[in-house]
Each structure stands twice: as structure tokens, then as C-alpha cells.
Design a protein around this ligand. Structure first.
Ligand code: ASN
Length: 479
């Protein structure tokens, strides 16, 4: 398998890119002593998360989206410079601070607070309306926050989700590039529909589709560059309206001419996810990326529960591999409505395997390989030992997410491929066949649905929350 890799946490050797600090940088700098007790912070722009007014002091919790920990600001109510502004301060306002003093508070959970000196100033830069929705003392829910896209990232939970999405992508890129995978950017506008289902969004001119998968173009790149991958947007015009479907989603797709045996392909996808979970668990700054346990919406996972999920993923014992035929046999024996051999597995049947059959308690990650040729796309390689099945896999996750990845060894035999494409193809795939005439190496690849992966790793129930602005077929896109 892959050699053990060391994931470095990025520490910048470079010049600071912004003059003003972030709250996350302030926490870091106080922790590493580059900012000390009594130092003055020249300027800081942020938002008010909460206000607590006592007789002589007012406490503000400040946030700027870079950390889940709020920064405490202590205002002396009796200091003349701030008397006018005190009554105007409101939750959600954008404010500017200048010349506040760092006071270390080693005995509290928060390492320091900002305290007032005679030069300190606070200014309101952006007011909020009286009915600012996040003011409510009620516990916020995820569906409610989802319904206010202009504001949801001001909530601690959704800001954390975006930070997590960013970290996850950077860890995946680091793991792959450290193993000689080259990040490519295949086109989004294409003449093909890759999967042969034709559930594409048509563009003008009419012969172009928004890509459903960049695989076919990645195969061209892999033929010359060996190991390639992308994280790209993909589009599916299916009418499915579930917590697992989006019309626009992101897919990590990988193609390699070093992966031409099914067992190597399965190991690659499995260890890519296991390595990613390990890298998240050992990431130094993780507690400021994950949501604040005191500000969680109802029915969401707290930090420890999220990390427990990652440990579950990182344990190879929780990964299972069965063939499609074995899956059908298990379902025939243990499930009320089993499939007959040759049919696709339904999402309920997949759920049973990943959530009940293998590990009733916490679920298992199930790789199902060698599906019948008739239910899989034309590009999958016929299994050498059995021409009724193809050398492919689906990766099923627990937690309601179902199929998170799928891939195959690619068919390189021109006759077999042409037969699989058939006479009534809807798009021109001659170039894809011709690729096999140009010094073609055997190869394989897969695609991982980023939003489903994010949803599982963060404990989300709906992929709509795993992407900054969701697009689904049934909803009107109004902004
Ligand atoms: N790159 C892949 O293998 C993904 C595959 N084309 C799919 O869309 O499921």
C-alpha cells in the first residue's frame, strides 16, 4: 500500500498578505507569544456575536469567521469615550476597533481578551435592521439557517462548515500531490455526457452540455501524465429531490495509469479517505475550525462527535469489500425486498448493507465491486474472469449518504468498447475510442462526491448544507 505520509500543517514563511489581523491569527499569535500581555492591537474589523451589559462593564463576543472561538472585548461603561455608542451596539453589527489592549487571561478557557485604554476607539461600520434574524434567543435550526443564504455564514455553525470544506479540499490536494498526482482542470463545457444517461443541462449552442463528470478528459491527461486529478463542479439534471442530490455538485475525480488492477483501485480510494481522516484528526488548528459546542443548532454533531466519525473512518477494520454478487446473496438472506441478480441496488438496500448488516452500531464503509455489465456505463472494463460483470466499484457510506464514490478500470480494448458504446450513442465518442490508438496504457479511476463526503464527515443530514449555495432541480434559483 501507500507508504506512510507526513502531513505538514502549513506555517507561512511568507510576508503577511493582509495588514489587518484575523481573530484566528490573534489567537495564534498570543499562543506563540508573538503578541504579549499589554500589547496594543492597532486595528481590527469584525462583527458582534453577542452583547452582555452589566452595571459597569459591557462584554462583547466578536467574530470574523476565521475561528469558532469568539474574541472577548471588555468595555468600561464609565469611560467617557464610549458612552454615546454603548446604547447603539447590536448583535450582527460590523464594527471597527482601534488601539485595544491585549490582556492575557491564562486561568480562563479563552487565552486573552481585549481591554480598553484611554486611546481605544470603537466605531460602528455597518448597522443592522431592528429585525436582524440572528438576534433571536431561540435555538437556531439548520433548515432555518439554510433558508437565509445572505446571513447563514454569520452563524458559527455554517462558518465552520465552510472552513471545514476548505480544509478538507486542501488536505486532499496535499495528500494527492505529495504522491505525484497532478492537479488538472478539465473543461466544464463538453460535447459528451460521460455516463450515457443524458441527464445533462444543455447550453447554447445546443451541442454542448455542462459536464456530468470530467472523467473522459482526465483519461487523455492520465495517458500522458500518469496520475491526475481534479476537484470540479459537475451538473446533473435528474429530478431527484432528496437530501443526497444536488443539480450542481463538486467531484474529486482521479485517473491513473498506475491503477489498472481492481484491487489497487479499491485500495487507492480507501486509503485516500483513511489518510484524509487521519490528517484531519492530527490537524493542529482543528478546534478553531470546527463549530463552537456552545453555539450548535439542534440535531447537529459537536466537536467530539465529529472527530469520533473521523476516527471511525480512519480505522481500516470498518472498511468492507464485497462483490455485487455477494451483496445480492446477503440481501437475499437478510433483507425483506432483495434484488434479483442483474438489477441495480436501491438506496435502501445499500443503506441496509452499510448501516445494519456490517456494523449495526456505527455503520461500515462498503466497497461493492464487479456489477453486471448491463447496469454500468460503457467505459468500464469487462472483468477478465467473468464477461457478465465489469471491473468497477461503488463505495457506500453510512449516515444516510449512500454512494459517496464510484469508479472502474477503463476499457481499453477497442472492439469491446465500441460494442459497449453501441450504435445509438447520443454524443460523438469517436475521440474517446481513438485515444486507444495512441499508445494507450491500461488505467483506472474514480469520482468522489465532495458534498456527500463533507456531509458524512461533518454529520450533516442534507448535502444542501455542504455547498455554499445549493442548486437543486425543483427550486427556482433566485440569486
Ligand atoms: N471519474 C469517475 O469514475 C466518476 C464517474 N464518471 C461517475 O460519474 O460516477
Amino acid at each position: 500500500m501507500f507508504p506512510k505520509i507526513v502531513i505538514k500543517n502549513f506555517t507561512s514563511r511568507y510576508h503577511s498578505l493582509t495588514k489587518l489581523p484575523t481573530i484566528n491569527q490573534l489567537f495564534h499569535n498570543v499562543a506563540n507569544k508573538s503578541i504579549k500581555d499589554k500589547d496594543i492591537i492597532p486595528e481590527l474589523n469584525c462583527h458582534i456575536q453577542s452583547i452582555k451589559t452589566l452595571k459597569n462593564v459591557t462584554f462583547l463576543d466578536l467574530f470574523d469567521g476565521t475561528s469558532s472561538h469568539p474574541l472577548k472585548l471588555v468595555i468600561d461603561n464609565n469611560m467617557s469615550t464610549h458612552k454615546d455608542i454603548l446604547n447603539e451596539l447590536k448583535m450582527g453589527q460590523a464594527i471597527s476597533l482601534s488601539k485595544w489592549t491585549v490582556v492575557e487571561t491564562p486561568k480562563r478557557t479563552q487565552q486573552f481578551e481585549l481591554s480598553q485604554n484611554s486611546d481605544s476607539r470603537i466605531e460602528i461600520l455597518g448597522k443592522v435592521q431592528e429585525d436582524y434574524p440572528l438576534q433571536s434567543k431561540q435555538k437556531l435550526t439548520v433548515p432555518y439557517l439554510r433558508s437565509i443564504p445572505l446571513l447563514k455564514y454569520k452563524s458559527n455553525y455554517f462558518a465552520s462548515l465552510i472552513r471545514f470544506r476548505s480544509l478538507l479540499q486542501s488536505q486532499l490536494i496535499e495528500i494527492l500531490t505529495s504522491q505525484d498526482f497532478i492537479m488538472c482542470n478539465p473543461p466544464i463545457l463538453t460535447s459528451n455526457d460521460t455516463e450515457g444517461n443524458n441527464e445533462t443541462f444543455k447550453t447554447i449552442p445546443k451541442n454542448l452540455n455542462l459536464t456530468v463528470s470530467t472523467q473522459l478528459h482526465l483519461e487523455i491527461l492520465a495517458q500522458s501524465l500518469k496520475n491526475v486529478f481534479t476537484i470540479s463542479p459537475c451538473f446533473r439534471a435528474e429530478m431527484s429531490d432528496t437530501g443526497r442530490h444536488l443539480a450542481e455538485f463538486w467531484m474529486l475525480e482521479l485517473e491513473s495509469t498506475n491503477l489498472y488492477k481492481l484491487e489497487d483501485l479499491l485500495d487507492c480510494v480507501k486509503y485516500l479517505i483513511i489518510n484524509t481522516a487521519e490528517s484531519l484528526l492530527s490537524y493542529k488548528n482543528i478546534d478553531s475550525i470546527l463549530p463552537n459546542d456552545n453555539l450548535l443548532p439542534s440535531n447537529t454533531l459537536n466537536k467530539d462527535q465529529i472527530k469520533e466519525r473521523w476516527s471511525h473512518v480512519a480505522n481500516p477494520d470498518n472498511w468492507k469489500h464485497i462483490t455485487y454478487t455477494e451483496a445480492v446473496d446477503i440481501l437475499k438472506e437478510h433483507y425483506q425486498n432483495p434484488p434479483t441478480w442483474g438489477e441495480s441496488l436501491s438506496s435502501e438496500q445499500e443503506k441496509f448493507l452499510a448501516e445494519s448488516y456490517f456494523n449495526k452500531d456505527k455503520g461500515a464503509f462498503v466497497l461493492i465491486s464487479q456489477y453486471p455489465t448491463s447496469i454500468k456505463p460503457f467505459y468500464m472494463k469487462q472483468c477478465p474472469a467473468n464477461d457478465k460483470v465489469v471491473d468497477c466499484f461503488d463505495m457506500i457510506f453510512p449516515g444516510g449518504m449512500g454512494e459517496v464514490a464510484g469508479g472502474s478500470i477503463r476499457e481499453v480494448n477497442i472492439d469491446t468498447l465500441q460494442k459497449a458504446i453501441g450504435p445509438d450513442k447520443t454524443t460523438d465518442l469517436d475521440w474517446y475510442v481513438d485515444l486507444r490508438r495512441l499508445g494507450s496504457l491500461p488505467r483506472g479511476g474514480f469520482g468522489i462526491g465532495m458534498e456527500r463526503l463533507i456531509a458524512y464527515l461533518f454529520g450533516l443530514q442534507n448535502v444542501k448544507d455542504a455547498i455554499p449555495f445549493f442548486r437543486v432541480m425543483k427550486d427556482k434559483i433566485s440569486f
